[in-house]
Design a protein around this ligand. Sequence first.
Ligand code: IMP
Ligand code: MG
Length: 179
Amino acid sequence: MQIAVGDRFFEPLLSKETIASRVFALAAQLRADYEGKTPVFVGVLSGSFLFLADLIKSVNMPCEIQFVKVSSYSGDHSSGQITESLAFSEELKGRHVIVVEDIVDSGHTLQYLLQKLNPLAPASVAICSLLLKPNALQYTFPELRYVGFELANDFVVGYGLDYNGLGRNLPEIYKVVAN
Ligand code: IMP
Ligand code: MG
C-alpha cells in the first residue's frame, strides 16, 4: 500500500520483520568480531537513531555509545555540502570504533567522517551501515564491513531515514514511487 510522506508517495520495501532479523544477524556478527573488546558505537545522527538503538539492544556485549551529527541531504538529493553540528569526542584514542550509519549513498558523508576520525588515533575503525546504494558509491571504504541491505538508487524513507524531516518514525522502509 502506498503512503504519502510530505509531497511524495512511497511504497513498502523492507518490512519490520525483515529489518529486525537482519539487525539481529549484524549484532551477532559484531559480537563475534569484537569478543573480549569494549567497542564504542558512534551513531551518525539523525538517521541512525533507530538502527543504533535496535543494534545495541541485540549486541549483548560491553560497549559504549556516542553520537556525531552531520547533514548533507536536502529533499531527496545530496547537497554535496556537509554540515557538522556535533563532532567526534576527543576520547577515542586507542578505542575500537564502530561508526553506525543509516545509509551510505555517494559516500561523501562517510569520507568526511573518516577524515575527522582517523587523526584521533582509534585502535580500529569499522563502519556498520543498515543500507548501502552500491551504484551511487564514489569511494572504496575497506572499513565498510557491516552492511544490512544493498539497494538500488531509489530514495527511501522510514526506520530513521527522512524526506525533508518527515518519515523517520515509520517502522518499515519505503521507497519513492516514480512520478
Ligand atoms: P552520502 O553522503 O551521499 O553517502 O549520503 C549519506 C547521507 O544522506 C545518509 O547518511 C542519509 O542521511 C542521507 N541519505 C542518502 N540517501 C538517502 C535516502 O535514500 N533517504 C534518506 N536519506 C538518505
Ligand atoms: Mg545519515
